[in-house]
Write a protein that binds this ligand. Sequence first.
Ligand SMILES: Nc1ncnc2c1ncn2[C@@H]1O[C@H](COP(=O)(O)OP(=O)(O)OP(=O)(O)O)[C@@H](O)[C@H]1O
Ligand SMILES: [Mg+2]
Length: 326
Amino acid sequence: MITGESGTGKEVLAQAIHNESGRKNQPFIAINAAAIPENLLESELFGYVGGSFTGALKSGKKGLFELANNGTIFLDEIGDMPNHLQSKLLRVLQERQITPIGSESIIDIDVRIIAATHRNPLKMTEEGGFRKDLFYRLNVFQLELPPLRNRSNDIIPLMHYFTDQRFTFNKEAIEVLHSYHWPGNIRELHNVANYLSIIEENSQVDLSALPRYIIDSVYSPENQKQEMQIEKEQLVISEKTDEKMTREVLQAIKTLNDMGKSAGRKHIILLMKRQGIEIGEGKLKKILLTVKDLEMIDVYQGRTGNILTAKGKAYLKIDDQIANRT
Ligand SMILES: Nc1ncnc2c1ncn2[C@@H]1O[C@H](COP(=O)(O)OP(=O)(O)OP(=O)(O)O)[C@@H](O)[C@H]1O
Ligand SMILES: [Mg+2]
């Protein structure tokens, strides 16, 4: 099960998993549950025999599950699938068999299912859009794709990739691209790259070449407000815990994130120790809880550990400015 905001590359990742798997020479079939009309979805997925309903082909039609046999099926926007089909899907997953509409015979199938959603699947089960039993069945291995704003080190390499290495980016342009919110994630970045390829004649991209809406958004009054908000959060932090130490912890997380290293508690303590800062497990826990509540870090299970969010980065930046002022 792959989760992540729109445009973070869920389908790209699903395809990559397939291409690296033992199934790579078998079909990869992608289906968007939200894009196929409800009354066609069932026959599309499971197929039908000739004459089984009005408008059906005489010859019948193979379902996508059968076509994907021995390969991979990518079920996009799984939570948007109608409830009765979700329960059918669950049966397919459990029994590894399908029965085409109007057919009496059962077909054995062996497919890897990769499901995706841009919404929070657990929340969807609570709200009722997504069947709990199906969720647990699919959720054997969850991969969460972080939004682009939280992996800003990917921004420039992706820009180079999408523009065939045609450009270099000056410091201000990089800063703005790193600060921008990227609500459309990599899809949006791809569009910006295409835009630059068309309009930019120089090999160096500076601030003025970037789309106006990005510059405006970064320098918007909203963002100025956010800066003031962050000064308030500084107060919260100093009330709850040690502000200076919090800053060191955030910095350590940033360093580990930037190096692509795991930013779990152990690594943070080790890194800080190397920099001559001693911090105990208890204190670190308290700080991490505080900054998590303030949404300055995202906490991931397993190897990844803690990821500094855009807000966390903004906090470090503002802090710099304040420190420089005093
Ligand atoms: N790692 C990557 N490298 C290069 N291009 C990428 C990468 N990830 C995503 N893209 C590109 O970004 C765009 C969006 O990717 P994709 O369709 O996989 O996103 P998605 O998460 O499925 O989005 P949605 O939720 O809107 O369906 C595509 O054009 C894809 O080619
Ligand atoms: Mg998609």
